[in-house]
Design a protein around this ligand. Structure first.
Ligand code: PLP
Length: 373
């Protein structure tokens, strides 16, 4: 008798179909692999999808955040306030510019920056706030915007996990300040690697386009550079994939919502805290499905147990200030952001993507229930 192997259930999966293949092949066959017509078309469609006047595609979300801090004029000696409960890039980009990342604690309900903690962290050296929409849940944009206005700070939105989310009825990306999106394969849409910055300012857009293209000016020829820039361009193969993805954005977002709703049903009665539901001001775009384990549960043992059942899970997210390089560089330690630290100790991502079959979700729910009993 043969023993049948357990089918593995991965943490995430992109939605790639024949249309994506066709669009990428078209570019490949055209011979124009960068700076062709496909990049601007992708930018147009993305701007339209989020209701932004301008959109600049870039090579990653990190590149987009870096350029957004350049727009904000962040430099040596400045401080940039951000969330500790995020991906490291939200803070790293401040360091790239010679600034110091300052972590304000999060709200235990939304897992996004707590505006009161941000207010308390403002000093005369603060230059910008990088507001993160963690797990696709919109952060408190109005309160953070008011703080920025009061203290003359720049607001940069790290919407890398939140394409399609809405704050007070309007899509993220359409609120005026620069917002950054990311398209790594676990995101709502993917371009392989890639990202984009939206803004309502023509001047900011012009600067972004120059900075991502080695500081070339609109008027300059290929080897003339008007400022110090970067190669943060998105190539046309990636942009073509992005077009295919945007064409089905509605289906992708609806699929992810359906899978999230089904988890809510299947995990009822399992001893975990589920992600916060939407309210009138906050409409999440589902990125990952993160549950909070009860206090005292050995999370590593749960992850190990589910891995044994062929189910990928991950401790998610560690607090940025407690990463080894952050501790070494700035002397950050436990106790700096207690809410973030307590959340990091208990949260775990379970398999999640737009086309996750119900039977896989049932397996995940059953395994989690049994691991916690
Ligand atoms: C909140 C957040 N910020 C920034 C990034 C960086 O994006 P990228 O990996 O495309 O550089 C990510 C990506 O994982 C993210 O989740």
């Amino acid at each position: 008798m043969t023993v049948q192997a357990v089918r593995q259930i991965g943490l995430s999966a992109p939605w790639i179909d024949e249309r994506d293949e066709e669009l990428v092949l078209e570019v490949l066959r055209s011979g124009r692999l960068s700076l062709g017509p496909v990049g601007p078309r992708f930018e147009e469609l993305l701007a339209e999808a989020v209701g932004a006047p301008y959109c600049a595609a870039v090579s990653s979300g990190t590149a987009g955040l870096h350029l957004a801090l350049r727009l904000a004029g962040v430099g040596e000696g400045d401080e940039v306030i951000t969330s500790p409960y995020s991906f490291v890039a939200s803070a790293n980009v401040a360091i790239y510019e010679g600034a110091t990342p300052v972590f304000a604690d999060i709200d235990p309900r939304t897992l996004n920056l707590d505006p009161d903690a941000v207010a308390a962290a403002v000093t005369p050296r603060t230059r910008a706030i990088v507001a993160v929409d963690i797990f696709g849940y919109p952060c408190e944009l109005d309160a953070l915007r008011a703080l920025c206005d009061e203290h003359g700070l720049a607001l940069v939105e790290d919407a890398c996990e939140a394409l399609g989310a809405r704050y007070k009825g309007r899509p993220l990306g359409s609120h005026g300040h620069p917002a950054v999106f990311a398209f790594y394969p676990n995101k709502q849409i993917t371009t392989g690697e890639g990202g984009a910055v939206t803004t309502a300012s023509a001047d900011e857009h012009e600067l972004l386009v120059s900075l991502r293209n080695q500081g070339r000016l609109e008027t300059s020829s290929w080897l003339q550079h008007g400022r110090l820039g970067f190669n943060y361009r998105l190539d046309d193969l990636s942009a073509a994939l992005g077009i295919g993805q945007l064409e089905k954005l509605g289906r992708i977002l609806a699929g992810r919502r359906e899978v999230a709703d089904r988890y809510r049903e299947l995990l009822a009665g399992v001893d975990v805290e589920l992600p916060l539901a939407d309210d009138a001001d906050h409409e999440r775009s589902w990125f990952v499905y993160v549950v909070k384990l009860p206090e005292g549960v050995d999370r590593d043992a749960v992850v190990h147990r589910l891995a044994g059942d062929g189910i990928a899970c991950a401790p998610y997210l560690p607090s940025i200030h407690l990463q080894s390089y952050m501790r070494e560089r700035y002397g950050f330690a436990e106790g700096l952001c207690p809410v973030s630290e307590a959340t990091s100790a208990r949260t775990m991502a379970i398999p999640f993507h737009a086309r996750l079959p119900r039977e896989d979700q049932e397996r995940v729910a059953a395994a989690l229930r049994s691991a916690l009993q």
